[in-house]
Write a protein that binds this ligand. Sequence first.
Ligand code: PLP
Length: 479
Amino acid sequence: MVRTPPEDIARLWQQASRSAIAFRQGVADRAAAPQEDYAASLRSFVATLPESGSDPAEVLDDLVRRADRGLMTPTGPRFFGWVIGGSHPVGVAADWLTSAWGQNAGNHQAAPAASAVETVAAGWLLELLDLPREASVGFVTGATVANVTALAAARGEVLRRVGWDVERDGLFGAPEVTVVIGAEAHTTVYAALQLLGLGRDRVTRLPVDDHGRVFVRPALEVLSGVGQPAIVVLQAGHVNTGAFDDFGVLVPAARAAGAWVHVDGAFGLWARVSEQTSHLAVGLEGADSWAVDGHKWLQTPYDSGFVVVRDEQAHRRAMTIAASYLPTPGEGERDPSHYVPELSRRARGFAVWAMIRTLGRDGIREVVERHCACARLVAGRLRTEPGIAVLNDVDLNQVLVRFGADRPDDEGDRVTRATIERIRADGVCFTGGATWLGREVMRLSVVGFETDADEAARSAEAIVTAYRSVLAAGSAHGS
Ligand SMILES: *Cc1c(COP(=O)(O)O)cnc(C)c1O
């Protein structure tokens, strides 16, 4: 008999949950940076292909032991490395159930509950983000695939309007599509264009300001001359500065020119849930499609993102998979696969539903406001330290920092790099690095659920301490 004994299921899952609980209860006390790098992690995993099986409980123990030192801490309170959300406990719990239930969210017959929960969660998302209620929503892995899906719908629809069926006939011989994009669009938007045959470089780039925002006046000139078919891509929340394009002016201009307007709002779209930040994102509701993440500000576990498309038919034309063995949805029935590139996939709607139920509109607003306040707090503290410069207007949750700002550029680059390294070695918090306007910078993204004012203050002190010790080491070295 191959049937798994009930007590084995219980033992194995209790073992996994004990280990997961211990990790999460202790994550705030771990060093914020992983204890070993990729090479060391690889050494701890590498082994010849197992020819015979092993006891599952031993396998799990071994997995935990080998992974542990290479685990990052986005679920902890002082992780600011990238825009990586905190995998809220209830989202993780719902996600465990999703795996345990083993639902294939392909269609409404294969998984009625998974399909139905998406219908409800999709409606909630449109309300929370205040997007057109008639829009369709696909549950994808993240904003990357949301961008791909939305731009596939855009490509199909703008070509259909000029008499070309790209879903049937492909791009060979098709009328040329003009793609207009802010020069500081997220790298995944370029990836989407490259995947869709629209070309990464075959685009009209709109010039941007020192926050990565599209300059309005030259943009309006480009848009007034844009022919059909055309797609315009704008951004809500620049990954370094948190800046928003001027949707109130640009969206109507692009639509008046007959273009499809797509907004990449992976984390920035959530600014719309709070009166403190919603003014930044005014006017984007007039666009045609949006990409937004669940695994950033909504705190669902990885992976979870949403593609929202105003024109459901365009969305479905671009994504539909049809076969005789697949059901055709009836009126009001949702087949999740009609809105995403995949057929079989994780039933992500359960965790989304659980997160929104748990936090509610008030709770989600509180998270966004708390994180923006933490970003301002850190920026305020760093600004008081001589030689540290905050380079951006901290309107959202992103802080861009330059160390040795009072020194020559190359020296400032060196000090900035060294300070980031020092911060990681000290282990109190984890921050990122980037180049911005040609110079090395540190970036902080406040987006993990556990981060509050106390943790932000502690992190700011750790950053200042690391900077001072880099300066002290530099002058000791020089003497
Ligand atoms: C994170 C991010 C993306 C990519 O999203 P994934 O969830 O990593 O797929 C796209 N655009 C912006 C602005 C982002 O911040």
